[in-house]
Structures are given as structure tokens and as C-alpha cells.
Design a protein around this ligand. Structure first.
Ligand code: ADP
Length: 166
């Protein structure tokens, strides 16, 4: 909950309790990197007002991809999914960011994703749907811990914070 500071400016990021601050793990998938969409995708989250706390580009090891998608192990597309996932993760942090990021991303199948969403605007097939976003706050934490070591995340205060939330 946001409180007023002594100067009458709201600083929700300073007063939100730790439980309120959600973390989501956003990954630009290999097709998004190959197609030069990294900037476009990051830009959409930036413009929305989310705070970027960690970013890295690397080739994803198979074991990490398998751990990330362990809930889908029994699916028929599991092995092609693991083959597909190889690089380019980013993390975004903020209040209510998980559900909001899922909306910005759009449905898993780009054919069903609304125009205006990342997948609705930029993708055509489920197996090449350019981006990943955590589906719950719990998974946001789990996936962030999986893909980033502690020292790789950056804590900072965005100057625009009081203009985004009252
Ligand atoms: P989301 O990424 O929207 O959370 P899921 O967790 O259901 O979707 O699936 C994870 C990823 O697995 C999808 O983003 C997509 O890349 C891949 N996937 C899901 N369903 C299929 C499918 N039927 N065929 C091929 N790949 C799929």
C-alpha cells in the first residue's frame, strides 16, 4: 500500500512491503533474438513502467531449460521445446507485474493472441512465440532464482515511480 511521504510525494516503491513486490521472469526466446525483436520486446515492458532489475544474454544449457519447463515434461512437444530454448533472458520486477506481463505477452498460441499484445503483433506459431513470462508470483521467484545469481540483480529506484502509482 502506498503512503504519502513528508513532502507530499507518493513513493510506493519505498513503502510496499516485500510480499507485495512481485518478480516476474521474462525471456526473449531464441526466435525473438534471431529476429531482432529484443529491443522491441524490452521496450514494451519499459513503456508500461516496469522496473528492470536484471538482464543477460546467453546460450541456455539444456539442464537449465529442462528445470525451467519441468512442469511440461509429459507434454508431446517437450523435447522440441527444450531444443527451441537457448538464449536471452531478462527480469522485470514491480507490484502486480506477473498478471500484467502475461496480458502484455498475450495467449500462448499467437493465432489466439489479441492484436496489441507481443505475440499477437509479432508471432505466428505456438512453437515460435518469441517470449516467456512467469505464470504466477511463485514461479516468478522460482524462475528468477533459476536464471540469475544473487549478485546479478540490481536494486534501484526509478525516478518515474511517483508518476506511475499514487
Ligand atoms: P506460456 O508460455 O504461454 O506460459 P505454456 O506454459 O503452456 O505457455 O507452454 C510453454 C511453451 O511451450 C510455450 O510458450 C510454447 O513455446 C511451447 N508450447 C506450448 N504448447 C505447445 C504446442 N502445442 N506445440 C509446440 N510448442 C508448445
Amino acid at each position: 500500500r502506498a503512503n504519502k511521504s513528508t513532502h507530499g510525494i507518493f513513493l510506493p516503491h519505498l513503502v510496499a512491503s516485500l510480499e507485495q513486490v512481485e518478480q516476474t521472469y521474462i525471456m526473449v526466446k531464441p526466435d525473438g533474438v534471431q529476429r531482432g525483436l529484443v529491443g522491441e520486446i524490452i521496450s514494451r515492458f519499459e513503456r508500461k513502467g516496469f522496473k528492470l532489475t536484471g538482464l543477460k544474454l546467453f546460450q541456455c544449457p539444456k539442464e537449465l531449460a529442462e528445470e525451467h519447463y519441468k512442469d511440461l515434461k509429459t507434454k508431446s512437444f517437450y523435447s522440441t521445446l527444450i531444443d527451441y530454448i537457448t538464449s536471452g533472458p531478462v527480469v522485470w520486477e514491480g507490484v502486480g507485474v506477473v498478471a500484467s506481463a502475461r496480458k502484455l505477452i498475450g495467449s500462448t498460441n499467437p493465432l489466439q493472441a489479441e492484436p496489441g499484445t507481443i505475440r499477437g503483433d509479432l508471432a505466428v506459431q505456438t512453437g515460435r512465440n518469441v517470449v516467456h513470462g512467469s505464470d504466477s508470483p511463485e514461479n516468478g521467484k522460482r524462475e528468477t532464482a533459476l536464471w540469475f545469481k544473487e549478485g546479478e540483480l540490481c536494486e534501484w529506484t526509478p525516478a518515474q515511480a511517483p508518476w506511475l502509482m499514487e
